[in-house]
Write a protein that binds this ligand. Structure first.
Ligand code: FAD
Length: 455
């Protein structure tokens, strides 16, 4: 974008926003260009809007529409697909200052601004004796707005559902600057199309979420943690299929040896690096559930299986699982997969990933929300080596092709962003892509909301 055009965009924003909300300093803007998808090269924004409220979001959107420049909404930039990665010449709209937080104990709902961190919503719910379950591993550093826009999952989702299951109402600013309220505070509400769900997971391409009413639950009962190791990652996959057929655990996570080794290097947690894979299950129902999980692991050939009722010990292990992505990121550039398959196909997916890693001579540590069939093979490479980079990209494509061949999806929770745009087309096919584009065109006819990514 030429200097004149940048000035025009900045002037249009300055006309409608207070100085406290508009940032044009390139050094500050630099910190808002990229998300955590390190393989994606972000563009150069011309302005940053740190909106204080919905009215300022509306003003920014109207200004963007008036001058015809894209607007990329950003929560806290922890996305793993390039969703909030800047586009050349765009306005970045950060929601970090939109921090409304009200808990209605009697109605068991929280009304929140998009800029709150997930952990802050959990803490506020806990202060009222309630629980907000969705728990991405990044819960301490990601925003609720980002969670809504990606329909984030997490560890407890296998039993308690994903973000969309907790959304009762949304306020959304549309591409023409209007703010609409969708849904409300009632548990059951089938009046009209369920439009709020259209915006959940839409990655900033259809509207900007400026407020949400979230459903809260009573806290879960105390849990036991089952730990099991396997000499073969495919055996661990078979154990998962068996566990899910017997009980609904509160979490069921997997780490393979390479992922455990990466964690041990950064945060020693006593993980058994002689094992090919580790399963971590949390059971919070009938105490007999832990017995069933142990039996399933043993039947699948676990080399070790034990349970603990010590919450601190269990949390230490789950904590090791949560930090796996940043630990692997220390080993190189990472193309983060987010594939999902139907539960019975989990062993096939794990075998396919192993074969892909060997075929392309590429390191692919695997972690996953195994109980959901949602895995993150972490394709790791040296970006300074063109040959290694080419092999990594081939492996990345191949893992997604394997998931689709097994009846799965290219994204279980991270969204499509930039990284998986091509693969989304492979999954949805021409007719569904056409329908998707028609919805986009109806809501954002001038294509100003996070354009040019996957839709
Ligand atoms: C170590 C690590 C572990 C992670 N573990 C998990 C996990 O277990 N489960 C999981 O689901 N994800 C996980 N993630 C990914 C990431 O944290 C989530 O996708 C999170 O929901 C992104 O939130 P954010 O505030 O960082 O959003 P951003 O990265 O800023 O944005 C994500 C997308 O949402 C859009 N967006 C943001 N706010 C709004 C809004 N208010 N209105 C409209 N669009 C908006 C952006 O345009 C972008 O497309 C992990 C990330 C890291 C770094």
């Amino acid at each position: 974008m030429t200097g004149d055009r940048s000035s025009e965009v900045q002037r249009a924003l300055a006309d409608v926003l207070p100085g406290t909300s508009l940032v044009v300093d390139p050094d500050v803007i630099e910190g808002y260009r990229a998300d955590r998808a390190t393989a994606v090269v972000p563009g150069r924004p011309v302005a940053l809007v740190r909106a204080a409220d919905s009215a300022e979001v509306q003003a920014a959107v109207r200004a963007a529409a008036h001058v015809g420049v894209p607007i990329v909404t950003r929560g806290l930039g922890t996305g793993l697909s390039g969703g909030s990665s800047a586009i050349d010449g765009c306005i970045v709209l950060s929601t970090e200052r939109m921090r409304l937080l009200e808990v209605d104990r009697a109605a068991m709902v929280a009304t929140v601004g998009p800029g709150l961190r997930n952990a802050e919503v959990k803490a506020a719910a806990a202060d009222h004796g309630l629980w907000y379950p969705p728990d991405p591993s990044s819960f301490e550093i990601c925003s609720i707005g980002g969670n809504l826009a990606t329909n984030a999952g997490g560890l407890c989702c296998v039993k308690y559902g994903v973000t969309t299951d907790y959304v009762l109402g949304l306020e959304v600013v549309l591409a023409d600057g209007r703010a609409v309220r969708l849904g409300g505070r009632t548990i059951k509400d089938v009046a009209g199309y369920d439009l709020k769900r259209l915006f959940v997971g839409s990655e900033g391409t259809l509207g900007i979420i400026t407020e949400a009413t979230l459903r809260l639950r009573p806290p879960p009962p105390p849990f036991a943690t089952v730990v099991a190791t396997f000499a073969d990652v495919v055996d661990a996959g078979r154990a998962v299929v068996d566990v899910v057929g017997r009980v609904r655990p509160g979490a069921l996570e997997l780490m393979d040896r390479a992922a455990m080794a990466a964690v041990e290097q950064v945060r020693p947690s006593g993980l058994d690096l002689t094992a090919a894979a580790l399963l971590l299950a949390r059971t919070d129902g009938d105490p007999a559930e832990a017995d069933l999980v142990l039996a399933a692991c043993e039947a699948a050939g676990a080399t070790y299986a034990a349970r603990t009722h010590d919450a601190d010990e269990g949390e230490l292990l789950m904590g090791a699982r949560r930090v796996a992505i940043p630990c692997v990121e220390r080993q190189g550039t990472v193309l983060i997969e987010d594939v999902g398959v139907p539960v019975p196909r989990i062993p096939d997916l794990l075998a396919a990933v192993e074969a892909t890693a060997a075929r392309h001579a590429t390191s692919i540590p695997v972690i996953g929300h195994a109980g959901d069939g949602n895995f993150h093979p972490l394709v790791t490479y040296d970006a300074a080596d063109p040959d290694a980079t080419a092999r990594a990209h081939a492996a990345f494509d191949e893992v997604m092709a394997s998931a689709l061949a097994l009846g799965g999806t290219v994204s279980g929770e991270h969204g499509i962003g930039v990284l998986k745009a091509r693969h989304l087309r492979d999954q949805l096919g021409d007719d569904v892509m056409d329908l998707t584009r028609r919805i986009k065109a109806a809501l954002d006819p001038d294509g100003i909301l996070n354009p040019g990514k996957w839709v």
